[in-house]
Every structure is written in structure tokens, then in C-alpha cells.
Design a protein around this ligand. Structure first.
Ligand code: NAD
Ligand code: AHE
Ligand code: ZN
Length: 370
């Protein structure tokens, strides 16, 4: 079949809207009509050539929601007409990682996914007879996409696509980092570095968990108002401040350092600041931001010797097929907010505007509706 898609033909070039050829689902796969997709900073990071796994030409996008239109042989858990959210972190429930109960990082298809391929080692997209690669196993910047059955979460049908697509990455990542990874407890002091599409969801996750102080940090002063909307109690604009100054300020505000800090910037200097702003003896810093290829994190080992913990999280530690439908319920029941964070709704033709708005710091989430 044919599908309209925004294709990343080359790094650092705008996406091009073209009609691609799409092969139907093979055994264990499903064809999904994507109804809406968010634009996450990770899409921009890959398009900008910062992803060591970046492959071109490819169809980016990993934050979608849509409807199953066809299923391949042997598919039993979804059927045509089901509403689903694609999962860049699938859940096979059979691999060592899934069975461990210790991680959400299913390994069933990770090797081919990282090469832009379906589990059988081929691509379903092509353009003028040449292969176009998949991205994060999702490729939601295409109106139709093919996904492994284990990489879709079935969701309730009354959830609007335009907002629930954000649960495919940003909402789950931010809220899950607090509830699944950090397991923030009532009264804990939390510091969030970077108040964009992920950081604001960390803030609302912290509010949900009953955190004490929720300190937001950004270098864009417009983000103060945004943070306060979702539960931030204090704001710090760290533009022009040194690492030591930021750490000293957080230590002063929290009487010794934070119980939990979260990096939602992808900047390795900020990651260090976030670790060092943790309370001596027990504070934990969670890395959410994705750093550019070649970047490394550093700190004095003494920071760890004296009890600070450095951890990371992917997709908020969520087991997609199990947890995503629950997060959709939280949204539909009003426990978490999504609508105000969708600042821009665009057509596929205008998708590059979404990237410009993100780089200019003018959007929280842009969503493309098909
Ligand atoms: P975004 O562009 O919407 O937000 C980034 C925010 O960080 C902005 O408000 C920006 O002003 C702020 N910022 C930038 N530099 C800063 C600095 N030096 N100090 C303080 N604040 C600073 O991006 P997003 O969509 O929220 O994504 C944030 C990061 O999370 C990206 O690196 C993205 O790739 C990553 N991410 C990771 C996961 C995961 O599973 N681990 C999932 C989604 C996104
Ligand atoms: N490909 C990059 C790493 C990118 C990365 O860390 N991705 C996150 C999700 S970001 C969503 O917006 C993730 O899930 N990581 C776990 C995984 O298995 O990819 C690189 O450095 O090579
Ligand atoms: Zn993302």
C-alpha cells in the first residue's frame, strides 16, 4: 500500500513529505493507522545527527496513537479496529529482561530495532524501490506503519488520539521516572532540571506522589509559569550560574540537598550538577535526558562514596503493554493532565515547524494529526 510520511533523508535536513510504499504486516506484526504523533526532543536529536544509532533515510517519530487496520499471521492480542499506542520499549513477557521483573528493557527485538529493521531483518517502507528505515521500532511520522505485536499497547477507545499519543513517550517517561524508577515518597524533596515536554511530566508525577518541595530549574524564564501549572513549588533560573552556585543554592533551599533530582535536558554538565545537588548519604539522581554521541558524564567518586546515587531510566521504567493502558486511565480519570501541554497541533505538511518551535523554546509539545 501507499502511505504519506515525513522522511528524514539526511541528518540536519528538514523532513520531506512524500508517498512511500509500505508492505503489509508479516507474521507477528500489525499494520497501524497513526492518527496523531507528538514530536519529542529525541526525534530532533536523531535528525540533528547526534544519535549514535541514527540511520538515514528513515521515518522518525515514536510518540503516536492509532488504530490497528490489519494483523499478520499468529497475532492474537490485538485485532483490526483496536486503538493502540506504539511502544519503542516493547514488552514480550518472555525474554530474560521481561522475566526478571527488574527492568522494562525488553530485549526481544532490540538488536534489529536499533538497526532500523523489523525483527526479520527487513524494512517495510521503501521509496522509489530503495529501503527506508524504521525508527525506534515505531516510525509514527508515517500515516500508516507496521509494528511487531509486542510493540503495541491496546488502549481504551474513548481516549482522544491527539492527546493520548503523548503517553507514547513524554508523559510515561516523566511520570514513570518518578513513580517507577525513583519511587518518590510523600514529603520527598525533588529537583527537576529542564522543564520541557519531559520535565513538566516529572513535575506532575512528583505532585501525584505527594512530594514536598518540587523545585524546577531551567534557563528559559518562561518555563516558571509552566512548572507552577503542574505542581512546581519553587523555580530557579540557572542561566549564567556555575555548577557550584547551582549546587549550593539547591543545598540551601532543601536543607542539605534533594532526595531526588531528575535530568531532563540531555546536557552532561547538567547531569553532573543534578547528581551533586543530591543529599549526602542517600540522594538519588535520575538521568532521563539523552546525551549526544561521544558525550560522557563525570563527577568526583567521592560524591558516590558519600552516598549519592546515579541512575537512569528509559520510558519511565514502564512495561508498555501493562502500564500504558493504566496511564491512559489516569489521564481519562483526571489524575494527570495532558491537554495544556499540547501547545501546537500541526498537519503533517507543517511537521518541520514543530522542530523549529522546539528549538526556539516556544512549544512544550507539538502534535501532528493526520
Ligand atoms: P524539550 O526541548 O521539550 O525540553 C528541554 C528543556 O531543558 C527546555 O525547557 C530547555 O530550556 C531546558 N534546558 C536546556 N538546557 C538547559 C540547562 N543547561 N539547564 C537547565 N535547563 C535546560 O525536550 P524534552 O522533549 O522534554 O526532552 C528532554 C530530554 O529527555 C531530551 O534529551 C530527550 O531526548 C530525553 N528523553 C529521554 C527519554 C528516556 O526514555 N530516557 C524519553 C524522552 C525524552
Ligand atoms: N540511540 C541512543 C540512545 C537513545 C535513548 O537512550 N533512547 C531512550 C528513549 S528516548 C525517547 O525519547 C531509550 O529508550 N533507551 C533505551 C534503548 O534501549 O534504546 C544511543 O545513545 O545510541
Ligand atoms: Zn521521546
Amino acid at each position: 500500500m501507499k502511505t504519506r510520511a515525513a522522511v528524514a533523508f539526511e541528518a540536519k535536513k528538514p523532513l520531506e513529505i512524500v508517498e512511500l510504499d509500505l508492505e503489509g504486516p508479516k507474521a507477528g506484526e500489525v499494520l497501524v493507522e497513526i492518527m496523531a504523533t507528538g514530536i519529542c526532543h529525541t526525534d530532533a536529536y536523531t535528525l540533528d545527527g547526534h544519535d549514535s544509532e541514527g540511520i538515514f533515510p528513515s521515518v522518525l517519530g515514536h510518540e503516536g496513537a492509532g488504530i490497528v487496520r490489519e494483523v499478520g499471521a499468529g497475532v492474537t492480542s490485538v485485532k483490526p479496529g483496536d486503538h493502540v499506542i506504539p511502544l519503542y520499549t516493547p514488552e514480550c513477557r518472555q525474554c530474560k529482561s521481561c522475566l526478571s521483573g527488574k527492568t522494562n528493557l525488553c530485549t526481544a527485538i532490540r538488536a534489529t530495532q536499533g538497526k532500523g529493521l523489523m525483527p526479520d531483518g527487513t524494512t517495510r517502507f521503501s521509496y522509489k524501490g530503495e529501503p527506508i528505515y524504521h525508527y525506534m521500532g515505531c516510525s509514527t511520522f508515517s500515516n500508516f506503519t507496521v509494528l511487531p505485536e509486542i510493540a503495541v499497547a491496546r488502549i481504551r477507545e474513548d481516549a482522544p488520539f491527539q492527546t493520548s499519543c503523548y503517553i507514547g513517550c513524554g508523559v510515561t517517561t516523566g511520570v514513570g521516572a518518578v513513580t517507577n524508577t525513583a519511587k518518590v515518597q510523600v514529603g520527598d524533596n525533588v529537583v527537576v532540571f529542564g522543564l520541557g515536554g519531559i520535565g513538566l511530566n516529572v513535575i506532575q508525577g512528583a505532585r501525584l506522589a505527594g512530594a514536598g518541595m518540587i523545585i524546577g530549574i531551567d534557563i528559559n524564564s518562561d518555563r516558571e509559569e509552566w512548572g507552577r501549572k503542574f505542581g512546581m513549588t519553587h523555580f530557579l533560573n540557572t542561566k549564567g550560574m556555575s555548577r557550584d552556585e547551582v549546587v549550593a543554592k539547591v543545598v540551601e533551599m532543601t536543607d542539605g540537598g534533594a532526595d531526588y533530582t531528575f535530568d531532563c535536558t540531555g546536557n552532561t554538565e547538567v547531569m553532573r550538577t543534578a547528581l551533586e545537588a543530591c543529599h549526602r548519604g542517600w540522594g538519588t539522581s535520575i538521568v532521563i535526558g539523552v546525551a549526544e554521541a561521544g558525550k560522557e558524564i563525570a563527577t568526583r567518586p567521592f560524591q558516590l562514596v558519600t552516598g549519592r546515587n546515579w541512575r537512569g531510566t528509559a520510558f519511565g521504567g514502564a512495561r508498555g503493554r501493562t502500564d500504558v493502558p493504566k496511564i491512559v486511565d489516569w489521564y481519562m480519570d483526571g489524575k494527570i493532565e495532558i491537554d495544556p501541554m499540547i501547545t501546537h497541533v500541526l498537519s503533517l505538511e507543517d511537521i518541520n515547524k514543530g522542530f523549529d518551535l522546539m528549538h526556539a523554546g516556544e512549544s512544550i509539545r507539538s502534535v501532528v494529526v493526520y
